[in-house]
Structures are given as C-alpha cells and as structure tokens.
Design a binder for this molecule. Sequence first.
Ligand SMILES: Nc1ncnc2c1ncn2[C@@H]1O[C@H](COP(=O)(O)OP(=O)(O)OP(=O)(O)O)[C@@H](O)[C@H]1O
Length: 296
Amino acid sequence: MENRVIEINVQKKLVSAHGTMLLHIKASICQGELAVLFGESGAGKTTLLRMIAGLTSPDSGVIKVGDSIWFHSDVNINKTPQQRNIGFVFQDYALFPNMSVYENIIFGQKQKNKAHALDLINKFGLAEFTHRMPEKLSGGQKQRVALARALARKPDFLLLDEPLSALDSNFRTSLQNEILKAHSITNATTLLVSHDLTEVFRLAQKVIKIENGKITAIGKPDDIFLNNQISGKVQITGNIVKIQKQDTFYLLTVVTGMNQIVKVTAYDNEIHDLAEGDKIMVFSKAFNPLIMKVQN
Ligand SMILES: Nc1ncnc2c1ncn2[C@@H]1O[C@H](COP(=O)(O)OP(=O)(O)OP(=O)(O)O)[C@@H](O)[C@H]1O
C-alpha cells in the first residue's frame, strides 16, 4: 500500500488580538492514525489543519505525504485541496447553499453511489431533511451533513475541526461511534480538533497538544491528561460561581467543565484565597464512589 505518513515542518506568522505569534509545527502523523489536536482557543489548531488541507499557505516549510510533496516553500510546490484527496469539516461547514442535503453528500463522492449516500443520510439522522436546502437547517444539522459529505468521498485523509461541537450529547455519542466505525473501515489518517475531553478519550489514539503555536506534548490520552492525577482519585475542574458561609464551613457552588453544577464544602484554611470566578480543582480524599448508569 502507498505510504501515507504525513510529515510536517512548517512555520507561519499569525496575528492575534495580543500581537504576533509564530506557529511552528514539526510532527509526523502515522498512516491510518486517529490523532486529536488539543489546545486552547487561538493556539493555532485550525490554521494547522487548513495548511494540511491546502486552504492556507505556510510562510515556509514542507508538508510531505509519503513520497508526495504537498507543500515546499523552497521549490514553490503547493498542491490544491483537490489534489490532496482529503475530506474535511471546518467550523463554517461550507455546505453548497444551492444544493440539498442529498446533493451535498452525493457531490462529495468520487464515484457516485446513491446507496452509500442514503446510508450516510440515515446513519447521521438526516432522513427527514434529505431534500432540504442548507439555509433551512440548524447548526447541528449542517454539521452532520458536512461530516457525512466528508466521509462520502472515502478520503485517505480526514481533517475535522470540532466536527461535533454544535451537537447535543446523544448525537455526539452516536456520531463519535460513526467516526470510529468509518475510521476502522477506511483507515483514513484522521486529524480531529476537539476541546471535549470525553471526545478525546473516546476517539484519540494519539493526542497532540498545541500551545501558542508549538507542540508541547504528544502521547496517548492517559499519558497527556492523567500525569498529574492524585493517585487516580476522582478529580473535577470547575469555576466557583457562589461562596456561601455556613456555621462552621463554606458551601461552594462550582460549575464543572462538563457544565454540571456541584456543591462542595470548604473550611477556613481552604477558602482564604478563593473568590467567586476562580477556577479550582476538586478531588476526593477517599475514593469509594457510587456508580450508576445514565440512560442516553
Ligand atoms: N491567515 C492568518 N494570518 C494571520 N493570522 C491568522 C491567520 N489565521 C488565523 N490567524 C490568527 O492565528 C491565531 C490562531 O488561530 P487558529 O484559528 O488557528 O486557532 P485555534 O487553535 O484553532 O483556535 P479555536 O480553538 O478558537 O478555533 C488567532 O489569533 C488568529 O487570529
């Protein structure tokens, strides 16, 4: 089989609200790998995906896939997105506005296959919208069409920029399963941007952490996120939204990263430098939780 390892060594000067930042990425993505790009807003994740897709040009550097050069600043090579055989979903969806859901999806295919298009439409919960135009779809529905269209072309590479961010948790879980299934069937080298830790742990074979335009860590999700765990105890990060003084202790109301509200108690020695709005980490001292299955 053709070698499809992506090797990237690129630089680009980016301009943010806080000044300029040099995006300098040196990485290689193995063939068939499902890697997640993780990092704060503005770190450079979208720009990196757009450079691999051929939608944004690096200032300098090389992007190579096996023996094929996609971008080389020294010799002026810059293949178009069409020449790169990629499927992508970017945050602005970019559906064709003059085409129905079905037409958008079938357009994505290299060899037209009506049965495959209809199968994707069903799997993505779009059957009732088959002939609807994009302007009459919600953000989440558009996102599902965009993902179905990207998979429809059975690409060698899939670049997904927060492809499930507009979906509620049921759809998210079911489409995460579809991404995993599609990946195991096609073995497309997949790069996905996500801010959602559940998603990262479900999908990522490898996490690439990006901070301020540079890769600061690469590894399995456990290695990247569980290093600073306190002996595997339950740990929640969240923001304090209310502090209430009780007789001998304080009651903190905390909104977690999963958008859940938890109440925790704190004592004088813990509260002295805490204020509403602070980000805190809560972890249990003893670990003997009750476990209950949540129905989807
Ligand atoms: N073509 C460009 N030229 C110069 N600067 C750019 C360009 N595109 C984006 N930027 C800037 O580069 C920074 C990184 O943007 P980027 O969209 O890559 O971040 P991100 O990590 O994907 O963030 P988010 O998670 O919010 O989508 C931003 O400050 C942005 O304004």
